[in-house]
Design a protein around this ligand. Structure first.
Ligand SMILES: [Zn+2]
Length: 267
């Protein structure tokens, strides 16, 4: 669909803000990119897409990152672990510069795989994550994290890492959280997003309240997987329908879809 059309349709349903997150490289080029300059160009392309979406009259934030699946696919392509690691750190450097230059507003998705991988792939992802957090701290960039969702581990592990790196925890957002991890992230002073489906929103509010909570669609804009995970405007529909049924208060809606958004994204 493209960012602009998405923004237009979202605005029609009452949406006022979207954060666009860069997709993995193969979604743009049909193969995993192993070239820092090419990666740089994809960030530019994404940043241009984000700017065009602003024409729809909504607020837009633009995040670019390095999805942990890039690491698996590079290793699968036969690139050595050492080269993958060095390449990952080179991309991290580019992302830090883009964030300082204001070409992107934050870094994401970065993080760890949520599925079974080779042990060195997971270790490279962890090392990369530390590098991303360190440069985000230096440049005061918010970070959107893609992580495994292990209750009792994931949020605590990120919190410990954040303390060691001294990055502000309220600059960190754990995306597509389970309700359990979202509750733990909140206790530790970190943001999280849950999917904007009715049953997920009401369960999240009931379990952990509305502090440090945001909603997401995780929409991938791929015609081969249309509507996956949900369309962004389904979030607005979920909220309207919950409000009609008395499953949410207008105060909670105001908080999670306006006040919290302004707080995390610094609007
Ligand atoms: Zn993700």
């Amino acid at each position: 669909m493209g960012a602009r059309k998405i923004a237009e349709q979202f605005a029609k349903e009452g949406g006022w803000f979207i954060a666009f997150i860069m997709l993995p490289t193969w979604d743009y080029t049909n193969e995993v990119v192993y070239d820092v300059d090419k990666y740089d160009k994809l960030i530019e392309l994404h940043s241009k897409d984000c700017r065009e979406a602003k024409d729809a009259g909504i607020e837009v934030m633009c995040f670019a990152g390095f999805h942990p699946a890039e690491i698996d696919n590079l290793l699968e392509r036969g690139i050595s672990p050492k080269e993958v690691r060095n390449y990952t750190l080179a991309v991290a450097k580019v992302l830090g510069e883009k964030c300082s230059e204001g070409k992107i507003d934050g870094i994401g998705e970065v993080g760890r795989q949520h599925y079974k991988v080779q042990v060195h792939s997971a270790l490279i992802a962890q090392e990369a994550l530390e590098a991303f957090l360190a440069l985000a701290e230096e440049r005061d960039c918010p970070v959107q994290l893609h992580l495994e969702q292990v209750s009792g581990f994931t949020a605590e592990s990120i919190s410990r890492l954040a303390n060691a790196i001294r990055i502000k925890k309220d600059n960190l957002l754990i995306h597509h959280s389970t309700i359990a991890v979202s509750a733990e992230a909140k206790e530790l002073g970190m943001w999280s997003t849950v999917l904007g489906k009715k049953e997920v929103i009401s369960a999240a509010l009931e379990r952990r309240g509305s502090d440090l909570l945001l909603l997401e669609s995780d929409f991938i804009d791929d015609s081969r997987r249309a509507g996956k995970v949900i369309y962004p405007w389904e979030i607005a529909k979920s909220l309207k329908s919950l409000l009609e049924e008395g499953g949410i208060t207008s105060n909670d809606i105001e908080k999670i879809s306006v006040d919290n958004v302004k707080k995390f994204f610094g609007i």
